[in-house]
Each structure stands twice: as C-alpha cells, then as structure tokens.
Ligand binder design. Sequence first.
Ligand code: BDP
Length: 712
Amino acid sequence: ENGLSGWLRYAPLPDGQRQQYASSLPSHIVALNSTSTSPVYTAGQELQDGIQRILGRKLKISQEHSAWTSFNSSFVLVGTLSAYDKLGSQNLSTDLVPDGFWLNIKGGAVTIVGQNGRGALYGAFEYLSRIAQGNFADADIVSNPDAPIRWVNEWDNMDGTIERGYAGRSIFFANGSVATDLTRVSQYARLLASVRINGIVVNNVNANPRMLTNETIAGLKRIADSMRPYGVRVGISLNFASPGPDGLKETATFDPLDPTVIAWWEAKTNQIYQQIPDWAGYLVKANSEGQPGPLTYNRTLADGANLFARALRPHGGIIMFRAFVYNSNMNPAVWKDDRANAAYDFFKELDGEFLDNVIVQIKYGPIDFQVREPASPLFAHLPNTNAAIELQITQEYLGQQDHLVYTPPLWKTILDFDMRVGGKPSLVRDIVSGQRFNRTLGGYAGVVNVGTNPNWLGSHLAMSNLYAYGRLAWDPTGDVQSLLQDWIRLTFGSEPSVVKVITDISMASWPAYENYTGNLGIQTLTDILYTHFGPCPQCQENRWGQWTRADKSTIGMDRTVSNGTGNSGQYPPEVAAVFENLETTPDNLLLWFHHVNYTHRLHSGKTVIQHFYDAHYDGAAAAQTFVPAWQSLQGKVDGARFDDVLFKLRFQAGHALVWRDAVAGYYYNLSGIADEASRVGHHPYRIEAESMALSGGYRPVAVDPFEAASNS
Ligand code: BDP
C-alpha cells in the first residue's frame, strides 16, 4: 500500500459481503465496438479488473459487436450511445451531453452508455466506485457534466523540477525533454479519468519556448498516446515570446499582429495537430510576473489570446488565457494601489473581444490562492466571454501537503458565492459553467503538480483534494463531506471508525489551518519571498502587493470605495454594498476589505486582536488532536500508510505551534495589547536561543524586526 493506485485500489470486499452479488453477475462484459486505444476498451478492461479484484470473479470480455446477439442472458455492457443505438434492442431516450453517461443496474445486469467514449468510461468508473464501497443497489442514473472544461494544470519544467510541486520530480519531463518512461503518465490519466477530468496542461505556466521544438512535440505525442485511452486530452502552456529573439529565434519579433508571427503560430499549431489530432489546446500566462506578452507591443491581452485562438480554431482547439495579470513590482508605500484590483482592471474592458474558443481562466480569488479570499470580482464582468475558475490542489500557501488541509470547503465558498449580476442570482459556479450568461464553453482548471512520489502528492491524505476537485468540476453542487467519504471508503476501506476519524480531521483541517495561519481575511501570513510555507507576518508589505497594512494600532487593507483602493466597487452593486460597509462585511473577510484598530469589535463581540490570539491557539490545538485521532486507527489502516500519515500529522502539529507563536507573538509585540488569556509570549516547552550555550562559531544576532522575535 504505497498510494500508487490512489482511490482506485479495488480492494477485495470481505467474502460475506461480496459472494451473493458476485454470483448474480453475468458471465460476460461486452465493450461495444471498441478498439484498443479507445476509452470504451479501457472501460471493458477496467470493469474486468475491478470486478475481479473487488468481487473475486473474473468475467470474460468481448469487444465484438456480434457478441450482443450471441448472448441471451444479461451482461455487463459498456459502449457509446451510437454503438448502443445500433443494437436496436432498446431505444434510449436520454438527454446525454458530451462526456455524460447513463448507468443502469438491475441485479447483475449492468448497462453503461456514454454519450461518447469518455462518458462510457466515466460510467464504468461510477459502477466500480459503487461496488468498491459495497453498494450493490439497483440504480438508473443519467449523469451529465456541469461544464465542458474539466482540466488539470501541471507546473512541470522541462528539467524535471516542478514549480510549487511537493511530491518529487516530474512524471512528464526529465533533462530538458519529455521523459522516456511514461508509465506514471498513463497511471495518472487513469486516476484523472476516474474523476471525470478530460484535459491536462503538462508544463509550467512560466513556460519554456523549447516546448515547441520538433523534439518536444514528438515527446508530447507520446504523452498524448499514453493518456488517450483514458479520454484525457493534452495541451501545453506557451511562452508568448516563443518564436522571437528570446525564444527559438525564428522570427524577429513576437508581436501578435505581425504577419510572420501569425504565420509561425499557425504553422506550429498545424504541426502539432498533424501529430496529435485530438490536441486540447494551449494555456497562456502573459504579461505577468516577468512573462512576455502582447502589452510589450501595445497590443491588448485579447489580441494576444486571439492570436492562438485563430491558429487553434480550424482544429477545434481551445486557448485558456489566464487573468492572473498584475504588476509584481508594486510599491507598498502607495496606499491606493491594490493588487486585488488587477484582474478586473486588465480584463473588464476586453469583454466581448475574445474569440469563441478563448476561455479566460480566473484564479478563485483576486490575489493568489490564499487561505481565505472573496470570489474574484472579475467573474461578474465577462458576460460575453467564456470563463473558467482556477483552483489549486497543490497546497502552495496551504502547508504544501505537509499539513492536512481539505480544500473543497474553501472552494465551495467561492463556487456558491452569488455575484448578483444585474440584481439576479449569479453563482460563480453558474458563471463558469456557462449557464448564467449562455456561454457554450467554460469550466474548471485545477493546478495539481503531482510528482514521482509513489503517492502522487507526497501525502496520502492530500489526495482527497484531487478526488473532490474532479467530482466538483463535474457537479459543483456536490456535498464536500460525502465526496470526502466516498474517497475515504475507496482509499482506506469502509470500517466505520476509519471513515469517521478521517472525515473529522479532514473537515476540521481548513478551519484549523486558517486559524493558525491568517485570520479575518488577512491572508495566509506566509513568507512571501519564495517558499510560501512558514509564518512570516513581518514580510507582508512587499513588491508583490500582498499587503496587510499592519502597524502599532491598526491592521487590514482598506478596499472600500469611500476611503480605500476601490476594490469593493468592482463587485456588482448589491455585493459591493455589503463589502463597502464595515457592519455588513462578514468577520472572515473583515481585514480583506477594511483597515481597523486592533481593538475593533467583531460581530462575535471579540476584538480583532483577541480573535487573532484565540484563533491561533484554537487552530494549533485542533492540529494537536489530529495525531491521537489518527493513532486510534492503528491496526485498521495498513502499516505503511498509517506511518506515513502519522509522520505528516506530527509535523503539522509541531508546525502549527510554530505558526501560532510566530503570528500571535508578532502582533502582541507590535500592538502591545495583552492576550486576555495570558497565553501569548509564554512558551513553557521551549528552550530560548538566549539561554543556549553556543559553540562552533554560532553567535546571537538581533532579530529584525524585533516584533518577530519571541522575546523583546
Ligand atoms: C503564484 C506562484 C507562482 C506561479 C504563479 C502563477 O507562487 O509560482 O507562477 O502563482 O499562478 O501563486 O502564475
């Protein structure tokens, strides 16, 4: 049990549980009209393997169409709608949309029909997920995706490192090329397909122009070949300047309106499609954090996006264009500046200027994957543009998989947020699905960053985030706790105490993490310079614009229209009114929108500073409870995974104390306001540096700023 098969372990059910159902199954699986690289073929194999391992019975498998007529009893049948309709045996009147499926279980007879091959495979995985959880009930369900785009983004570099990856090296690249052995890539595609992910971008958004050499394209073809049997289409991130002097040096400029540049991208795109006909498309980060883009030539971001859209359009490809555009060299002394305003400022005026195969990919919040953010106001302002939401499964800012943080409850606060566009219900999830503004394209991009670690994310428990991401992209109304529990049963089995403990600690994890890292919308108070991991409340006023505006007596960003950066005014009027007003702003976003005294009283009745102290102690205390809770499962979870998880939870428990003391101590030193419970500043368990005898050339230095020191 090293985690390699994730939630697709197909662990055998206990004999007593499985025998009766197993014997009611027919002798054959029919995978209608399938060829060996098709998802329907994969579905047949997966059903055979899964049924054998879960139920202990090996069914025979037939790809033959004629097999249908030669059996007169029942089957486990899987196929596409068109193949199924040709059988003429039953008219299926369903309204399946692409990737959707129909699953009918009547005793041992199972019929799985996908609108396309991918849908058929998703239906097969749904059936297997049920029996793996010991659910043998009859069912008749039609399941359609809420949105057509359900992609993952990997931030892998060609040298094999991964930006914000916490689970080892790349499974896609090594030494400047596509990896030779792509076994892990097809295993990953299997996991993705099982949660209905249909596309992947395999390289860093800070992209290398060498992604477009002939050699790399040949490698990408091999990646696409490995993922095709699972219905996962492949795309890449582009460096905007690829053809030009700083890139492959094949054109004199990278101006998106220059004919040589247009011709270059067209030819390159044609070359890719010639080798990979089902190529997904491109993802582009332009004019952000040092990346090149169209603004260099005074062209708009829409000009930039449309350059690729035109090249992709004849092939049906898609361009995901990121709204993560901001000035990463901001001056914290300028109080009216606000990074949170950037996406709206850059994109609002461009609504309607993007071609139909462009999707603007928007990070969930206006800043950057923080532990708490309001939904990005940009979602409300692109009624004539396709939009997708960008979520982060890799836990940058969120403990980097060394902390358990089950993030779907955080995503839900955004997806369920009502923007009230035009005074009408306008949930973010209905905007990105395309429903709200009648768009045909839109959906989800999740930054995952799996690595060569056998358990993919470097932490067994972190995999619940990937599982739930796929399921929510399919159906964002899903209940995050029941998705979690499906994942637990599939990953660790159905023993009630196992399900209960992992549910309890996972559901408690995001609130705990928010409590011990950054409260009331102040953001995750991590170090900003590079790692985004440990606490650094003192380093927030930096050039990246993640500002807290904390001084001796006040804290928080004033984002009001009346007195601050005007960010609250980027929301539609009903929402803007809520955030503009201190009284109506929810406590958990207070310091996101307002600059107040530490002694300001929250709706809860506590002062801001006392809330900081209490939250940090509560959060760190919650993290301590994860360890004994997990230990109670000894013997109920296999030894290897038990030990791995225990190691991580112990680290988290310790690091939560470091967080607590660093943040609470910092604001105590800064404000001089005592903790009502007299906890802050007392560390009975700790050996202070000042009281150590130093040897080997070490010597004490003053901590700067002094507020960050544990003693004054
Ligand atoms: C930030 C990451 C940085 C990414 C950037 C992005 O720190 O590594 O390149 O986002 O999303 O959160 O482009």
